[in-house]
Write a protein that binds this ligand. Structure first.
Ligand code: ADP
Ligand code: MG
Length: 212
């Protein structure tokens, strides 16, 4: 299998240094196929099995684009469950550890509402959460998406299986039309294809076949 070094990408040097300190020697195939397009600002649909490194693909994309000096919600990552949202937030924080004063906030259902409102009042650059709770914050006006630049649907197939279609639609309606949208999924059923047709602009397809 051909190996592609992260250094072939146009990433900030502090991000590159951190990637190597985490022991990531080269890109995984899904990263090699998706990251150049993500960094070029394109909408990307990435399909690859569990464990293929999809989190770092969008995580590095959003961190490269982020302006830490603008203390506004610039990226929103939607995940099907609280456990997955926590894992994604943890990986983003690991990837971001050389960037100072970056705020990653998780907003998930099953957690008390009040503290989340307090955290939102303090502000964040990146929000990771589950669609139901994010939609509730958007509807109540406690989460403002006017400055959103990047919307990421992680495990989109599972979010639809779990009945989050309406919440996703409401969140997407509240997001600026001018944005970058990334969609990650293990499978690509018709329901995903139809959501992609509605919410993405000329998406690039990155697909890695499972090897067995
Ligand atoms: P997926 O979302 O595709 O299921 P994850 O993003 O959770 O996969 O990644 C699986 C594991 O691989 C994580 O432990 C992550 O830290 C690790 N990983 C990601 N990218 C690389 C890389 N380029 N080199 C080595 N390990 C990596
Ligand atoms: Mg994942």
């Amino acid at each position: 299998m051909s190996q592609t070094a992260f250094s072939t990408l146009n990433l900030h040097s502090d991000l590159l240094k951190n990637i190597s300190s985490l022991g990531y020697e080269s890109m995984t195939p899904i990263q090699a196929q998706s990251l150049p397009h993500i960094l070029a600002g394109k909408d990307v649909i990435a399909q690859g099995k569990t464990g293929s490194g999809k989190t770092a693909a969008f995580g590095l994309g959003l961190l490269e684009k982020l302006n830490v000096k603008r203390f506004r919600v610039q990226s929103l990552v939607l995940c099907p469950t609280r456990e997955l949202a926590d894992q994604v937030a943890k990986e983003i924080r690991r990837l971001a550890r050389t960037i100072h004063n970056i705020k990653v906030l998780t907003l998930c259902g099953g957690m008390p509402f009040g503290p989340q409102i307090g955290s939102l009042e303090h502000g964040a650059h990146i929000i990771v959460g589950t669609p139901g709770r994010i939609e509730e914050h958007v509807r109540k006006g406690t989460l403002n998406l006017d400055d959103l630049e990047m919307l990421i649907l992680d495990e989109a197939d599972r979010m639809l299986e779990m009945g989050f279609q309406d919440a996703l639609d409401a969140i997407i309606d509240a997001a600026p039309k001018q944005r970058q949208t990334l969609l990650f999924s293990a499978t690509y059923p018709d329901q995903i294809k139809s959501i992609a047709d509605r919410i993405m602009f000329k998406p690039v397809m990155a697909k890695v076949e499972s090897t067995h």
